[in-house]
Design a protein around this ligand. Structure first.
Ligand SMILES: *[C@@H]1O[C@H](CO)[C@@H](O)[C@H](O)[C@H]1NC(C)=O
Ligand SMILES: *[C@@H]1O[C@H](CO)[C@@H](O)[C@H](O)[C@H]1NC(C)=O
Ligand SMILES: *[C@@H]1O[C@H](CO)[C@@H](O)[C@H](O)[C@H]1NC(C)=O
Ligand SMILES: *[C@@H]1O[C@H](CO)[C@@H](O)[C@H](O)[C@H]1NC(C)=O
Ligand SMILES: *[C@@H]1O[C@H](CO)[C@@H](O)[C@H](O)[C@H]1NC(C)=O
Ligand SMILES: *[C@@H]1O[C@H](CO)[C@@H](O)[C@H](O)[C@H]1NC(C)=O
Ligand SMILES: *[C@@H]1O[C@H](CO)[C@@H](O)[C@H](O)[C@H]1NC(C)=O
Ligand SMILES: *[C@@H]1O[C@H](CO)[C@@H](O)[C@H](O)[C@H]1NC(C)=O
Ligand SMILES: *[C@@H]1O[C@H](CO)[C@@H](O)[C@H](O)[C@H]1NC(C)=O
Length: 726
């Protein structure tokens, strides 16, 4: 899996390896209830049966604290044999996935002066990431008491010291040969995990900036909460086997919420995906998992974290943008997007086209040379500014000794990246003018200016790279659930990594500005933790509902794919703790949903570890799952489709309150709510209603909303109907 950070440089690095003997996850569902059950010996004897005496050498992880299963090195034949054994739910390869703030919290209206409850310091946020830099000011434990007594986790003290802020830290690696630059320690040598952890739960640090950019007080969503780091991501990615081992521990360790900014590959089954499995067991134990939607947008159906029992978070812009100017020898200047901290002191440099200076020695020619790694001839590029027809990491420009790089393509310019050389990314029209100037001028020159901050009046809008719905497995479960800031976020960074993670970059910083759904996810984690501090007994579904129904509606004018981009809308922390009503759900509800998805009782019992059954299959439609969103899809253009959604809300507002339903829908999208009024007389009282949705779809998606309003709370749910390709 990949961490969900800045899509560009990372995606170029990761390639997939497959070998004959591979690590597979053998998932065996919930732990049997017997007190004397020894999961590990069961795992070893299963392996012995298949591979004989070398069993213990092939065992990579044994999952036995929170659920049941193991990871082992197996051949395809051995996999086939194990898959047929009693008690095995699924066997799937341990694939490698990738990882995908000052201003952001204020932009969300979540002010630093907001009253906090002392219970916040009893919260433990479990981060599944690339490790953490414990010496960062954001993780100071000044003023913290000892860890909450419920904490059962550990601290691996290899080149690492925990404190009363970072109370737990452990690393997971199926392959003990670590990569150059990696440390066998929970310490973060990349930056991703330090950044996400400080966004979710970092303390207040004033006077932070990236060379003057984004200056202000860095803070996490829950500055008083504790952090437990589960390091599952390494320089080569994050493996399923390790992610499951971290879930197995985190649940048993007593974390309150899990934040996972990792995007898996799309699975075709809810139980062949380590994040779906791990978060299901977390949910059973009352722990909400907050996950990044993915960085593969803006194409539809690109979201890879979409199980109904966790929160899927899209990434959106905040009202601060980083831009910089490019000046040409003809006196014309253009504004690009970039976080450029280098100063060229207004000096003009020769401008050349990357396609004219291919690195022929490395097999590149003009047609192939678009400034990808090693593609530039350093003898011809040195000391010049190179124009590239693609947005790249600019590592090639750095390696070739270029002074700077101007990049252009048709892509969106809604996010600013950092580069290891002075650089600017221009929109297509401006880029084409620069190209024209270059082609039509004898000695073209240019210079690139330092970046400045401007106001982004269009914010919030979901950024182009954020993965989109619909849900690839169950289209009638709307995903992503909501959006949170994930563009150009300032947060803590380890000095062991450079600012761009490029080894040739001399800049080492303790706060850095990066983008990704990875950065959005910990914002949602922080808000969920804030809600949990106020309502410690709320279930994962109740917290998720509170975040979704209080989210601010967003404009389809900025994101024409509407709810597939932003789900219920833009997260609104200060409202989330007082939603009025919640759409609650528990394990039995998800089991019912899975029955409707065709999982039978015997396979479900393995997953849940209890006597779950599919008794009421008639009612096990997707539409019956008690979610705070409504989605109805069809494959048939022009047909009249109807969906009947049963929902139950729980009163968490005033004891005596009366809510009235308001539906906002375009003409031809008929929505009927019955009853239209819900009266409550006590807290935790439940009331049910039915929403009937009828639509004729000619193209795309139509959007509507249902709001339950008691005059104080507006409990808003998105309602969508859409065509899916068959
Ligand atoms: C501890 O971590 C630092 C920072 O990455 C590294 O430079 C050092 O070599 C590490 N020490 C050991 C003993 O691994
Ligand atoms: C372990 O990782 C190293 C470094 O990535 C790699 O060279 C080696 O092939 C891996 N070994 C196995 C058994 O996967
Ligand atoms: C720009 O000027 C500053 C201050 O004089 C100097 O440190 C820096 O090296 C100069 N930059 C370049 C690219 O010459
Ligand atoms: C450039 O390289 C590509 C890929 O190696 C090759 O297909 C193409 O024929 C080359 N073009 C020229 C003009 O040599
Ligand atoms: C400039 O020339 C390059 C080939 O060297 C070509 O690909 C590009 O389209 C030209 N730009 C414009 C604006 O005509
Ligand atoms: C239940 O589903 C599993 C997996 O799809 C299948 O192997 C098994 O035969 C099914 N059991 C029954 C009783 O239908
Ligand atoms: C389905 O569930 C809803 C809500 O729980 C209930 O009101 C309804 O009667 C059920 N329908 C059937 C067919 O069991
Ligand atoms: C669609 O079907 C519903 C019920 O089947 C019916 O009441 C409604 O009139 C139909 N709508 C159109 C536009 O035909
Ligand atoms: C709620 O209303 C009921 C009936 O109107 C009344 O008996 C009860 O005292 C009220 N409770 C509160 C907390 O106001």
């Amino acid at each position: 899996m990949t961490t969900q950070m800045a899509p560009l440089s990372k995606l170029l690095l990761m390639s997939f390896i497959s070998c004959v003997v591979q690590v597979y996850v053998v998932y065996m569902g919930g732990l049997p209830k017997q007190a004397d059950f020894l999961a590990t010996s069961v795992h070893t004897s299963m392996l012995q049966e298949v591979i004989g005496s070398h069993a213990s050498e092939s065992l990579v992880h044994s999952y036995s604290r929170s659920f049941h299963g193991f990871a082992a090195r197996l051949t395809e034949d051995e996999v086939a044999e194990i898959a047929g054994m009693e008690g095995v739910v699924s066997v799937f390869p341990s694939e490698r996935h990738q990882l995908q703030t000052t201003r952001s919290w204020d932009f969300l209206g979540f002010s630093q002066s907001l009253q906090r409850l002392p219970t916040e310091s009893d919260l433990i946020v479990g981060m599944f990431d690339s490790g953490i830099w414990p010496e960062s000011d954001s993780f100071s434990d000044k003023g913290f008491g000892p860890p909450p007594t419920k904490w059962k986790g550990t601290c691996q003290t290899s080149n690492f010291t925990c404190n009363d802020k970072i109370i737990g830290a452990k690393y997971y690696r199926q392959n003990t040969t670590h990569l150059p630059g990696d440390l066998a320690s929970p310490r973060d040598t990349e930056g991703h995990g330090t950044h996400t952890s400080s966004t979710a739960a970092g303390g207040l640090v004033s006077g932070t900036s990236l060379f003057g950019l984004g200056s202000g007080t860095a803070r996490g969503g829950v500055p008083s909460a504790r952090i437990a780091m589960y390091k599952v991501c390494w320089a080569d990615g994050c493996y399923d086997a390790d992610i499951l081992a971290a879930f197995d521990d985190a649940i048993a360790d007593g974390v309150d919420i899990i934040s996972i900014s990792i995007s898996p590959f799309v699975a075709h089954n809810y139980f062949e995906n380590s994040i779906a499995i791990g978060s299901f067991h977390a949910m059973k134990h009352g722990i909400l998992t907050s996950a990044a939607a993915g960085n593969s947008g803006p194409k539809p159906a690109t979201t890879t974290n979409f199980s109904p029992w966790f929160l899927s978070v899209a990434a959106s812009t905040i009202d601060r943008k980083f831009v910089n100017k490019v000046l040409l020898g003809n006196g014309k200047s253009y504004e690009g997007v970039s976080i450029n901290t280098f100063d060229l002191n207004n000096t003009m440099y020769p401008l050349i086209y990357g396609g004219d200076v291919p690195n022929i020695a490395q097999g590149f020619n003009s047609t192939r040379s678009r400034c990808v790694s090693d593609s530039l001839n350093s003898a011809l590029v040195k000391g010049k500014i190179v124009l590239c027809d693609a947005l790249t990491s600019a590592d090639a420009a750095l390696t070739a000794g270029a002074t700077g790089s101007i990049m252009r393509n048709l892509g969106s310019t809604d996010v600013a990246f950092t580069f290891p050389v002075p650089a600017s990314f221009l929109n297509a029209a401006d880029g084409s003018e620069v190209s024209h100037y270059l082609n039509s001028t004898r000695n073209p020159t240019a210079t690139i200016f330092k970046s400045t901050e401007t106001k982004d009046v269009l914010a919030p809008a979901v950024v182009s790279f954020s993965s989109r719905g619909p849900n690839p497995i169950t289209s009638d479960i709307l995903k992503p659930d909501l959006t949170a800031p994930g563009v150009d976020i300032l947060a803590a960074w380890p000095p062991a990594s450079t600012m761009t993670e490029s080894s040739g970059d001399p800049r080492r910083v303790s706060y850095n500005i990066v983008s990704g759904t990875s950065m959005a996810c910990p914002h949602a984690t922080g808000v969920a933790a804030y809600v949990k501090a106020i309502h410690p007994m709320w279930s994962p579904a109740a917290i998720k509902s509170a975040l979704m129904t209080t989210a601010s509606p967003m404009s389809p004018l900025r994101n024409t794919d509407a709810e597939f981009a932003y789900g219920a809308g833009h997260i609104n922390p200060s409202k989330a703790a007082d939603p009025g009503l919640v759409y609650d759900a528990e394990e039995a509800d998800y089991v019912q949903f899975l029955c409707g998805q065709g999982y039978n009782a015997s396979s479900l019992r393995l997953v849940t570890g209890d006597q779950s059954s599919c008794s009421d299959v008639k009612n096990a439609t997707v539409w019956g799952l008690n979610l705070p969103s409504f989605a109805l899809s069809t494959q048939t253009k022009g047909s009249n489709i109807t969906g009947v959604f049963h929902r139950t809300v729980t009163n968490v507002g005033s004891p005596n309150s009366t809510y009235k339903a308001t539906v906002t829908a375009p003409r031809g999208f008929n929505i009927h709510v019955e009853p239209q009024t819900l009266a409550f007389e006590s807290v935790l009282q439940k009331q049910s209603f039915v929403v009937t949705v009828e639509a004729i779809l000619e193209a795309g998606m139509i959007s509507a909303s249902l709001v339950w309003d008691d005059g104080v709370h507006q409990v808003r749910s998105p309602i969508v109907a859409f065509l899916v390709s068959s």
